[in-house]
Structures are given as structure tokens and as C-alpha cells.
Design a protein around this ligand. Structure first.
Ligand code: SF4
Ligand code: MG
Length: 321
């Protein structure tokens, strides 16, 4: 089957007073319908920038410099502004971080959902639009009565479900959720992840979950993509990532995961994430890498596909050493 999503050589640069920052550097990956990808990495590694670039929502001084984002056969980068507006929600839905706090406080939930549908299907009859909205609420396990309620009458978990319901109103091919469980308690986090799982199965969408909680994510995704300094450094299945991570940064992330005996405290990995304005030469990870070789500080590693189909960007696997 053809992938439902192909991201190819996506590049984003921020032109700031202090210089140029390459926020996304040659990012490529594919997803099939029904596949779930977890996108992990330290803050500032480019996860949210990737989501915004895929939605063509990068704002100045940022600029998409090149690349393709093909969703259901259409390259979003080639659409005109009106075409892109239509593609949002209908081809690709984005649930930004903190979306539940941007629900309109003075509009009923139903009216906000109806507006979202109307902006895409202006001639759909009122009854059909309302039925569509109520179906979406039911598919995220919310009572249809939520349609008449205001955001302040809902719990955090319920508001997050409303945002997911809005995301699936037009059955998109791809759903991107940025930190969908941050600010929720542990029990609610799990319920929201299960909701995403259910709606994803119902509409067979490809899902990208952005987050930093590798442990929580691992229970819900099929593949994990690791970002570092604007690059995708590894893409592997969850099982491969947890049993045999290939990139030294993935290895450090996995070994820093909380175990039962240290009471769930995330240790982080040694060293600071680099500034995108002053990236280290060669492999940007080399100052923090315990496997760095001479070549690593001078030559930028390219993304390789290993025999198993896994992707890794590291000189340990390309024979450059
Ligand atoms: Fe470490 Fe070199 Fe691989 Fe970069 S390319 S991750 S520095 S071994
Ligand atoms: Mg972010």
C-alpha cells in the first residue's frame, strides 16, 4: 500500500537578529493508514516545528525552505492558500499543545464544532452538520449533551476530548496531536490516549503523537521517531527502539527512562541541548555522544536505511569510521 503520508526533505529556517537557525533539517519519513508514530526529543529539538511546517503554519521570521508533505496523494506544499485552508481538518488535522485552553469560553461547544464543519462544508444541511458533530463527540466517549455546554463546564480531560472530536470532524487522513496529555493527571492521560487510539482505529487515520513521555507513548504507538537539533536521528518500531536502540542519543534516552526502583523520576541525559544558532559541526550530537569518533566532528551523517528498514542518522552505521 502507498503511504498515506510522505514527508520529504522538509527544511525550516528561522532568520533571527542573532543569525540563521535551521529548525528543521532534511526531515523525511512516511506513515501508512492506521499507523501511529510517536515523535520524541528534548524541547527545542524541532517536534512542534515539524507539526507546524506540515500544516504550513510556520510564522515569520521562520520560513519553509523546501520539501514536500504529501497527504492522500496531494502535496500540501504545492497548494494555494485556499487549497491549504481546505486541506486543514479535511486532509490533516492538528491538535496543538494546550488546544483545550483555547476553546472559546463564550461559545457553546456545539457552535464551535458547527463552525469548524461549516468552514469546509458550507452547503451541508444544518441537521446533518449537527449529527456529524454529535457523532464525533460520541466517538471520543463524550455525551451528546456536551454539544450544548460551555468549556468551563468541562474537566480538562473532557476539553481535550472535545479537541480530538473537532480534529476528526472531517475524517482526516492524518492527525497530529502535540503533547495531548500534558497538564492532565495520570489516569486522565491514559484515558485520553485510549480515546485517540479508538478514534484512530475508527477512521483508520495515521496519527503522529508528539511528546516527551517515551514510556506512556510506547504503549500506544507503533513506531518511534527521535528528533535531535532539527533532524530525525532514528525511526524504529517501538519494540526495536526499546530492545535495541541504534542511535547513541536514542540509547541515552532509553537508558534514562524511569525504572520501577527509581520511582518514575526521569533522569534526562547528560549535557545541554545545542542552540540551533550555533550547532556543533559534523554530527550535532557529537559533544554529548559517548561513541563519538574523529569523523563525527567534521562530517555530517546522512540518514541511512538499515537492512531491517529502520532509519538512523549516525556514522556508526555508514562505514565513515
Ligand atoms: Fe555519536 Fe558520531 Fe553517531 Fe553522532 S555520528 S551519534 S557523534 S557516533
Ligand atoms: Mg513543543
Amino acid at each position: 500500500a502507498d503511504p498515506v503520508l510522505t514527508v520529504r526533505n522538509l527544511e525550516v529556517t528561522y532568520y533571527t537578529d542573532s543569525g540563521r537557525a535551521k529548525a528543521l533539517d532534511d526531515v523525511s519519513f512516511t506513515l501508512n493508514a492506521g499507523e501511529k508514530l510517536g515523535m520524541v526529543g528534548e524541547s527545542g529539538s524541532g517536534k512542534s516545528t515539524l507539526a507546524l511546517a506540515m500544516m504550513r503554519m510556520i510564522k515569520p521570521p521562520g520560513r519553509i525552505e523546501g520539501g514536500a508533505v504529501v497527504v492522500g496523494g496531494a502535496d500540501l506544499m504545492a497548494l494555494d492558500a485556499e487549497g491549504m485552508r481546505k486541506a486543514r481538518l479535511s486532509r490533516i488535522a492538528y491538535i496543538p499543545q494546550g488546544a483545550m485552553n483555547s476553546l472559546n469560553p463564550v461559545m457553546r461547544i456545539g457552535a464551535q464544532m458547527v463552525d469548524a464543519v461549516r468552514s469546509h462544508l458550507p452547503s451541508e444541511p444544518k441537521a446533518a452538520v449537527e449529527a456529524r458533530c454529535k457523532r464525533a463527540l460520541q466517538s471520543v466517549d463524550l455525551d451528546a449533551g456536551v454539544f450544548r455546554m460551555y468549556a468551563h463546564e468541562l474537566s480538562g480531560g473532557m476539553k481535550q476530548r472535545v479537541c480530538i472530536a473537532i480534529g476528526i470532524l472531517l475524517d482526516p487522513y492524518v492527525i497530529i496531536a502535540d503533547e495531548p496529555t500534558s497538564a492532565l493527571d495520570v489516569v486522565t492521560q491514559r484515558q485520553v490516549m485510549e480515546t485517540i487510539d479508538n478514534v484512530q482505529k475508527a477512521i483508520n487515520a495515521a496519527v503522529i503523537l508528539i511528546g516527551h513521555d517515551m514510556g506512556l507513548m510506547a504503549q500506544f504507538v507503533d513506531k518511534v521517531a527521535v528528533m535531535y537539533a532539527g533532524r530525525l536521528v532514528e525511526v524504529s518500531t517501538v519494540r526495536e527502539m526499546f530492545t535495541d536502540p541504534k542511535h547513541p542519543y536514542s540509547q541515552a534516552l532509553i537508558s534514562s527512562l524511569p525504572s520501577l526502583d527509581n520511582k518514575g523520576v526521569f533522569q534526562g541525559i547528560p549535557g545541554l541541548a545545542p542552540s540551533l544558532l550555533r550547532l556543533p559541526s559534523g554530527c550535532a550530537f557529537h559533544p554529548r555522544c559517548d561513541k563519538a569518533m574523529g569523523v563525527c566532528s567534521t562530517l555530517r551523517p546522512e540518514s541511512l536505511t538499515l537492512a531491517s528498514g529502520r532509519r538512523v542518522t549516525c556514522h556508526l552505521y555508514d562505514g565513515a569510521a
